[in-house]
Design a binder for this molecule. Structure first.
Ligand SMILES: [Cu+2]
Length: 127
């Protein structure tokens, strides 16, 4: 019985280590986006004038882009920059009306060669 337990123990250890390695290998596919202003899936009672996205590492502005789509189509944005808080920030040029919005982002963050993309939504319920 002791011999069986040893084999079972080794098998379990092997499986646990394998799972850990698989988890580590897939981590680079996870989105580096942590949170955003306007808030992800948020409901706003006043129109936002800027978008600000916070990442898990410093984004390379020259290899990043943000787009905003709303009920009236794509919005004009200006001045993509970082405030050096692992963030991207941009100004919304045209008026934001009541409705549902989608932000599409592309970025490359420090110490990660992958080009990450993603999108999130928020709603303006009054303004
Ligand atoms: Cu700023």
């Amino acid at each position: 019985m002791a011999g069986f337990m040893t084999v079972a123990g080794r098998l379990i250890s092997f499986l646990l280590i394998s799972l850990l390695l698989i988890a580590c290998a897939t981590t680079s596919n996870h989105s580096p986006l942590l949170y955003a202003e306007p808030e992800i899936d948020g409901y706003l009672t006043r129109a936002p004038r800027t978008l600000r996205l916070y990442y898990s590492a410093f984004p390379d502005v020259s290899r990043s882009s943000l787009r905003l789509f709303g009920p009236d189509g794509e919005h004009q944005l200006r001045g993509l920059h970082t405030m050096a808080a692992d963030d991207l920030m941009i100004e919304i040029m045209d008026p934001v009306s009541v409705g549902a919005y989608t932000v599409e982002w592309v970025t490359v963050v420090r110490d990660d060669p992958a080009v990450h993309t993603g999108s999130y939504s928020f709603s303006v319920i009054e303004n």
